[in-house]
Structure formats: C-alpha cells, structure tokens
Design a binder for this molecule. Structure first.
Ligand code: BES
Ligand code: MN
Ligand code: MN
Length: 462
C-alpha cells in the first residue's frame, strides 16, 4: 500500500507512546478494586477510536463492563470487517516476580526481541494487539486508503469469560453484521515463521470443595481417624488421569475428533525444537498424553489441569491441623465438538461419584466456551495468507492453538461469519505471567500486515 512503510517510520514513536499510555491503566476485570480503572480504559479506547477515524463510536453498557463499539461505513455495497479485541487484562500477581512494575510500561531488550519489547500487563494480551488495529485504521483513513467498511467491538470482560458479550451479540445482529471477523489475540510460531491460528480450544472451568469434619482439628488427636479433606482431594485429583495420562472421566472423549494421520503429518511439519522448548521452561522432560507429540498435546487434544489448590495451614512455620475443607480450581481445555456444558456435567457427576465416605463434595461450575476450527479455503483465510506473504515475505503456516477465546464460536453461530485469528504474539511473551511483554517489532509488523488484509479481503470479495 502506498506510503505504508513511510507512515510507520514517521509515526512509530507516537504509536509506541500511545500504547504505553493505555498500558498504564490497570484494567483488571477480575478484581472489583480496579472497577474505576476498567471504566476509564473503556473511555480511553473510545477516544482513540474516534481519533483514528471512526465516524461513530459509542460505549455500550452491559450488566458488567461496557463494550466499546466503533464504525466507519464508507459504502454499504463494500464488505465489512468486524474487529474484536479486549481492553481488560489479567491480574498482575505475583507482583514480586515482575522486574518492573506491571502498570509502568518500559521498553527492554530481550534475546528474542533485540529491538526491544514493551513490558507491562496487557502488552500482548490484548491491549498491544488490539491497538495495532486502531493504528492500522489511522493509517488507512489518514492516507485515504480504507478499502471497505469497518466495525470495532472491544470488550472489557474477555479475561473473565465474556459473559455479557454473548447477550450483546445475540441482541445486536444488525449492528454487528459483517463479512468477516478479525481478531489479534493469539500468537504466531516465530518472528521468521509467520502463522495464522486456525483453531482454539474450548474450556470448562470448575471449582471443587471437599468438606470433612465440621471444624479444623488437632492432627494428633484426630489424625488417622477421620478423612482429611486435603488428602482426599489430592487422591481424587490424582485419579482423574490414568498411567497414560488419559483423562478418566467416563464419556470425556466421546466427541473428540481423531484427526486423520495425513493432517497430523501436515501439522508436524511446523518448525519446532523440543530441546529449545525444554530449555525455555527449564524442564528436563516434557509430559503428557501417551501417543501424542508436544504440539498435539497442546492443541488437538483435550486436557484437565488444576489451576489452584488450597486448604489448611500455609502460613509461616508449622501448625498441626487437619483442615475442615480443601479446595481446587480445575480447567479442562476442550477440542471442537466437545460440548463444554456437557463436559462440565460429566465432570460434576464423576467427581461426586468418586468421593469416599466421610467427606462431602461440591462442584461449582464457573465459565466455559466452545472450541473453534476454521477452514483454510475461506475468503478470509486466503486474504490473511496474502497479507502475511506481502509483509513477511513468506507464506504463513496454519496452526491450531491451545488457548481459548470462548466467544469466537458464538460469533460464528450468531453472526454467520468466519473469524480470522491474526495473532502477532510469541509464546515467550509471557501472557498471564509476570513480565508480560510485546515485541516492538511484532507491534509494528501487525500494524503493517492489517491494512494488507483489508486490501486483499476487499479485492477477493469482488
Ligand atoms: N488471548 C488469550 C487466548 C489465547 C492466547 C489464545 C494465545 C491463543 C493463543 C485470551 O485472552 C485468554 O487468556 N483466554 C482465556 C480464556 C478466558 C475464558 C479466560 C484462556 O485461554 O485461558
Ligand atoms: Mn486475550
Ligand atoms: Mn488472556
């Protein structure tokens, strides 16, 4: 596109500074203490969309945090791209592990990002990636090169399950009408190995509570004579996988699609070094379901993981006690065709059924969502592929991701359009972890690639 490189070079500093300002706002949706900040972030996003060239922007109230909607409709006969992203971020804790404060963004060099990376909570997930779209729009409107209509829907509750977005989408079919949905909230294989995400896993998230005696007990006076809820919970959790690391919940795999060996062989061609993987995580071996590779285990196979476990005495020193209660938070990553509500039900039934006598078990479902797969012969994928080829000089590899964006399958169901996942993050960017960062190079590459998607999508739609 005319002047794309020039525009990027001339405005690079400002593009970075604007993102840094946005990253200073602690929009943690999970923690009510940040309510004011989350609401202020929505306002800031609204202003940025207006400045970037949207002709109409509004804050749409929901029962939770608002959705920022913006649009620029240039001609009803041209295609419409709907951009989705989120302005909320994960909590920053454990805060002591950050090398610089999570909401005081700084640019630091890393081995993978010698040009520098912005360190801040939300830098990659998703403020940095969402803002690439705002700056891409700025470029296209400022240089009179917007080739089609665009709508933005930026929500503030993605990290807590997008509960209110579902209602918004269901009630606003006309407003959100589009030809393709474009999201940058995933990753790519490496800076020199561009990839487009063609699949996301679904999710079922539950919390379990095991109750034994009616109060905490002296572990000498009562130890050995009553069920210890923590011992019991540990045993129950351990029984959820067998010796091959298959999940033991009856019916769990019933709807799991077994991929044809040709497709698995195709997937295995994506560049991957097991040694580098182990080294980056400081582990001496990988671990997982027998019969599947590391890349398969974290993309095409369902999983069950404890995300947190607590109970009893965890303070300084020792306290001899048998706790009355033990708790755990458990996530199950699901693959396409597994119904998340059904899996939640299967988990609940099974977990209650394996409780030994002497304890009571309660399973509380949290949130969930369906997985997603998208074909590579769609117009959107073809346009994205051409855009990457033009900006990276290489054809991108289709790749299924292990992460979840639960709302994506609902988009397809409600709005009847395909979602294209153009992610520019790297696995090493530490999203959800301390020291989250986003490469300056990746940020600018995203801003460069997005307008090309608009161009090719419009051309291919003719
Ligand atoms: N952007 C991530 C999902 C993601 C990251 C997908 C990288 C693929 C590659 C998103 O913000 C996220 O964290 N999703 C949650 C689910 C949600 C219900 C909290 C997840 O995957 O844990
Ligand atoms: Mn995200
Ligand atoms: Mn996230």
């Amino acid at each position: 596109m005319t002047d794309l490189q020039n525009y990027l070079t001339n405005h690079k500093e400002r593009f970075l500074n604007e993102l840094i300002e946005l990253l200073k706002m602690p929009s943690v949706s999970a923690d009510p203490a940040y309510k004011k900040d989350v609401l202020q972030t929505a306002d800031a996003v609204k202003n940025r969309l207006e400045e970037a060239g949207c002709s109409h922007v509004e804050i749409c109230e929901t029962d939770g945090y608002p959705i920022v909607y913006g649009e620029k409709i240039i001609d009803k006969n041209l295609p419409t791209i709907l951009v989705y992203g989120h302005y909320d971020v994960q909590p920053a804790d454990p805060i002591e592990l950050w090398t610089s404060p999570p909401f005081e963004p700084v640019i630091k060099k890393t081995d993978i990002h010698p040009e520098g990376a912005i360190f801040a909570r939300g830098a990659c997930d998703d403020k940095g990636q969402m803002y690439m779209h705002v700056k891409a729009l700025e470029f296209m409107t400022a240089t009179n090169q917007l080739p089609c209509n665009v709508k933005f829907m930026i929500e503030g509750e993605e990290e807590v399950g997008s509960v209110n977005l579902a209602t918004f989408v269901k009630n606003n079919h006309d407003k959100l009408k589009n030809d393709v949905i474009l999201i940058s909230d995933t990753g790519m294989i490496a800076k020199d190995v561009p990839s487009i995400t063609t699949g996301l896993r679904g999710l079922s998230y539950v919390e379990v509570e095991v109750t034994g005696p009616n109060r905490d007990l002296h572990s000498g006076l009562y130890g050995g004579a009553v069920a210890n809820p923590i011992n019991v919970l540990a045993k129950m959790i351990a029984s959820l996988h067998d010796e091959n690391n298959h999940i033991t919940i009856p019916g769990f795999y019933d709807k799991v699609e077994e991929l044809p060996s040709e497709e698995r062989a195709e997937m295995a061609k994506a560049p991957f070094s097991l040694d580098a993987y182990k080294k980056s995580l400081d582990i001496d071996a990988v671990y997982g379901e027998a019969g599947f590779s590391t890349n398969e285990r974290n993309s095409i196979r369902p999983t069950l993981d404890v995300n947190g476990i607590w109970g009893g005495y965890t303070g300084e020193g020792a306290k001899t006690v048998i706790a009355s209660k033990a708790f755990a938070k458990i996530s199950m990553r699901l693959v396409p065709h597994q119904e998340w509500e059904e899996i939640t039900e299967l988990f609940k039934k099974h977990f209650e059924s394996i409780a030994p006598e002497g304890v009571k078990v309660v399973v509380k479902p949290h949130h969930g969502g369906q997985g997603y797969v998208t074909p590579i012969d769609s117009l959107g994928y073809q346009a994205a592929s051409k855009a990457y080829e033009a900006s990276f000089g290489k054809k991108p590899i289709p790749q299924r991701s292990g992460g979840s964006i639960p709302i994506v399958s609902l988009f397809e169901q409600e709005l009847q359009s395909k979602t294209i996942l153009m992610g520019f993050g790297l696995d090493s960017d530490a999203i959800h972890s301390p020291n989250e960062h986003f490469g300056v190079w990746n940020y600018l590459k995203g801003i460069e690639t997005i307008p090309l998607f608009y161009k090719y999508f419009t051309e291919l739609s003719k």
